[in-house]
Write a protein that binds this ligand. Structure first.
Ligand code: HEC
Ligand code: HEC
Length: 449
């Protein structure tokens, strides 16, 4: 029951990530269903005859949430075969400038902005635009193969990506603009992660975990209240709540305005003049935003209540051996196994649940292999938030083309582990030193989650 009383025991098929939490009440289920529809629906550009679904863009990354979060799981990066590169919809590229100037540094330190945008292209690259407007460009990936020798005579091949942007629609990027590609993560148990008490997360930052592991919090400014809040979501813990990231996605990824991010033109910058002149989808009788507060709430309820699947083969001897290796290798220094959620969580379903997410929700220096030079808030280019591992064993059941890590470079769970460096170097080295049978057990444990 890794997701507490909300865990579901359903047939394992491609829909296994898409069930509402088992303990969601009747009203919650109704909201979840409406939210599900909104998560799946394709938005269209304005003006359009389908009035409640328009307002897409002017610039956008995808037409629907599910276009990236495939079946509520993670997205797909373009094929590793260079001949097979398709549009990398779910691989979103964040853009930033180094904060060299004193004034810029101050704005970031005070949490006013998480990073400085490219002056023309903004905070992220949008590969699509409505008719009549140029799109911003497409990301292209080249992979270099890196063989890694493991004890017992095995070899694993890591795919090291390098990124460039083609077909730039608005002239060159600023010469110092940095790219940070991010893959859409799975949507499981997010409301439960919100219900972990902040003190429990900060206690992990203060504790000595051995191996030189020291997690750090990403403090960010709530755009609505102006207060400093703890970041929990996204690959760099750059967003405090599911509602924030959902509104951020409507704005940045689809160009739709919400009460939290009221600009109809999303990530259009002042120098993209034509972009601001395109029609938008807000309608007087529905309020001033393309996605009114009520609809936003449905999407948030949906995103907060996707159920964890029950674990499989929990008492299998090999799985248990793998679990022991997971603990002994000190993976748990960052992938902290369990929590009891707060008793005063907003929704009753999330209160006082024993959950097993295997994350500390903190930032760690993961070494140069995974680093980029894009910083975000307090997170440096080398730091990533420990992703939860719950549900990870069903990744390919849900999306057979899914891959792992922040930019989807790992084709298997073993490759994901072998990319660990920095604070996780010691844990990774223990996996390299295992016998092939032990490594297989460790993977079997992960597959049972
Ligand atoms: C273009 C692809 C794309 C679309 C469309 C998209 N997302 Fe995402 N989503 C991502 C990526 C990439 C991340 C991680 C971002 C980061 O690390 O900065 C993410 C992260 C999230 C997270 C945080 C998950 C976690 O575990 O930290 C939530 C919640 C979320 N998205 C909700 C939504 C909702 C709701 C929509 C539709 C309104 C949506 N997303 C549309 C790509 C997408
Ligand atoms: C120092 C902290 C730390 C330790 C120790 C650590 N991890 Fe991780 N792990 C991370 C972070 C951070 C990421 C995300 C890195 C990225 O995406 O670039 C990650 C990613 C992963 C992923 C991929 C998750 C996904 O959603 O794509 C797996 C699987 C994983 N770790 C397993 C392990 C195992 C097994 C061990 C022990 C051998 C381990 N980790 C030790 C921090 C750690």
């Amino acid at each position: 029951m890794q997701g507490g009383a909300g865990t579901v025991n359903k047939i394992v098929n491609a829909d296994i990530y898409s069930h509402p939490a088992a303990n969601l009440d009747f009203e919650g289920r109704q909201e979840f269903m409406v939210g599900n529809g909104l998560f799946r629906k394709d938005w269209v550009s304005s003006p359009s005859s389908t009035q409640a679904s328009d307002g897409l863009g002017p610039l956008f990354n995808a037409r629907s949430c599910q276009g990236c979060h495939v079946k509520d799981g993670r997205g797909t990066v373009p094929g590793f075969d260079p001949l097979e590169q398709n549009d990398a919809v779910a691989l979103l590229v964040r853009l930033s400038l180094p904060a060299s100037a004193e004034e810029a540094r101050q704005r970031i330190d005070q949490g006013e902005v998480a990073s400085l945008p490219d002056p023309v292209y903004g905070h992220q690259l949008q590969p699509f635009a409505v008719a009549g407007l140029p799109a911003e460009g497409q990301i292209k990936i080249d992979y270099e193969e890196i063989p890694v020798r493991l004890s017992g005579g095995e070899t694993s091949t890591l795919m090291n990506p390098s990124y460039r942007i083609e077909n730039l629609g608005y002239g060159p990027l600023h010469p110092q603009t940095r790219l940070s590609p991010r893959l859409a993560p799975p949507m499981l148990g997010l409301g439960l992660l919100e219900a972990i008490h902040q003190d429990d997360i900060l206690a992990n930052a203060a504790r000595d975990h051995g191996d030189g592991v020291s997690g750090r919090a990403n403090w960010i400014r709530d755009p609505q209240t102006g207060q400093q809040v703890l970041g929990r979501f996204n690959w760099k813990a750059g967003q405090p709540t599911v509602a924030h990231q959902s509104a951020n996605a409507f704005s940045g990824d689809m160009g739709l305005s919400t009460p939290m991010f009221p600009r109809h033109s999303g990530d259009c910058t002042p120098s993209q003049k034509l972009c601001h002149d395109m029609p938008h989808g807000a309608q007087a009788h529905l309020g001033e935003h393309e996605v009114p507060a009520r609809l936003m709430d449905f999407v948030t309820t949906y995103s907060e209540n996707l159920a964890l699947p029950q674990r499989r083969e929990v008492s299998d001897a090999r799985v248990l051996a793998g679990k022991k290796l997971f603990y002994e290798s000190n993976c748990i220094a960052c992938h902290v196994p369990k929590y009891v959620t707060r008793r005063d969580a907003e929704r009753p379903e999330h209160r006082f649940q024993l959950i097993w997410p295997y994350t500390d929700l903190l930032l760690h220096d993961m070494g140069s292999g995974l680093a980029s030079d894009h910083a975000e808030g307090d997170a440096s280019g080398r730091e990533w938030r420990t992703p939860p591992l719950w549900g990870i064993g069903l990744t390919k059941t849900v999306n057979p083309n899914a891959t792992w890590l922040h930019d989807g470079r790992a084709r298997s769970l073993l490759e994901a582990i072998l990319w660990h460096g920095g604070e996780a170097q010691a844990a990774r080295d223990r996996v390299v030193a295992m016998t092939p049978a032990e490594r297989a057990d460790l993977i079997r444990f992960l597959e049972s989650l």
